[in-house]
Design a protein around this ligand. Structure first.
Ligand code: AMP
Length: 226
């Protein structure tokens, strides 16, 4: 299964990707996580990306395509992958198509996770991650357990989740990423789910949206014939 999770910052792409990883045994490829790891390691890519990320802007397409080409070339991505946070521009989508065409492994589906603007702001402002165990929580909707998430919890807010940067990120999404919805609809790959629900319910909706088209109708056809 090769899929893209599309949606604004805070729509739950990361959380749902992790669910799909557990259920389907294919890797999550989060370009945000890859960039944050580079920032933490202080690599040239991290140094280049940090100021751009902190400002809520997008890292340039050529850099992002280079990262994706390398990551999708790794062995674990051969069985499939969940792209989380990529592509974010039409140029990235075109580059991804070229890359997957060359590999002979086209996308199966692109799922748009829809959440209202006001709820997105609340979700993002409540997001906290633990620098010790890496788990992500939300102080409003999914708080860490009272006993703590790990032996030495260190909950921090991402620099780009601060209120002043969130508005900028949502604007960038509207201007640069939303056009992908039409693009993937035209290619017949788009599925849409209402992602404004509890984590389990959204996972159910996501799984239902991934059922290959046509197979839902098989029972009906059989019962008519039978
Ligand atoms: P995310 O964790 O997906 O919200 O990404 C955090 C930040 O990393 C974004 O606000 C961008 O600055 C950068 N980033 C992640 N993915 C991409 C991408 N596909 N294209 C450009 N910038 C990206």
């Amino acid at each position: 299964m090769r899929i893209v999770l599309l949606g604004a910052p805070g729509s739950g792409k990361g959380t749902q990707s992790q669910r799909l990883v557990e259920r389907h045994g294919i890797p999550q490829v989060s370009t945000g996580d890859l960039l944050r790891a580079a920032v933490k390691a202080g690599t040239p890519l991290g140094v280049h990306a940090k100021a751009i990320m902190d400002a809520g802007k997008l890292v340039d397409d050529a850099t992002m395509l280079g990262i994706i080409r390398e990551r999708l070339g790794e062995a674990d991505a051969r069985q499939g992958f969940i792209l989380d946070g990529f592509p974010r521009t039409l140029a990235q989508a075109a580059g991804l198509e070229q890359l997957l065409q060359a590999l002979g492994t086209p996308l199966d589906a692109v799922v748009l996770m829809e959440v209202d603007y006001d709820k997105l702001v609340k979700r993002i402002s409540g997001r906290r991650s633990c620098t010790n165990c890496g788990r992500v929580f939300n102080i409003h909707t999914a708080p860490p357990p009272p006993e703590g998430c790990c032996a030495a919890p260190q909950l921090v807010q991402r620099p780009d989740d601060k209120e002043e940067t969130v508005a900028k990120r949502l604007k960038v999404y509207d201007e640069q990423t939303k056009p992908l919805v039409e693009h993937y609809a035209a290619l017949g790959l788009l599925r849409m789910i209402d992602a404004d629900a509890g984590v389990d319910e959204v996972t159910n909706r996501l799984e239902a949206s991934l059922v290959p088209r046509g197979s839902e109708g098989i029972d009906v056809v059989e019962s008519v014939q039978g």
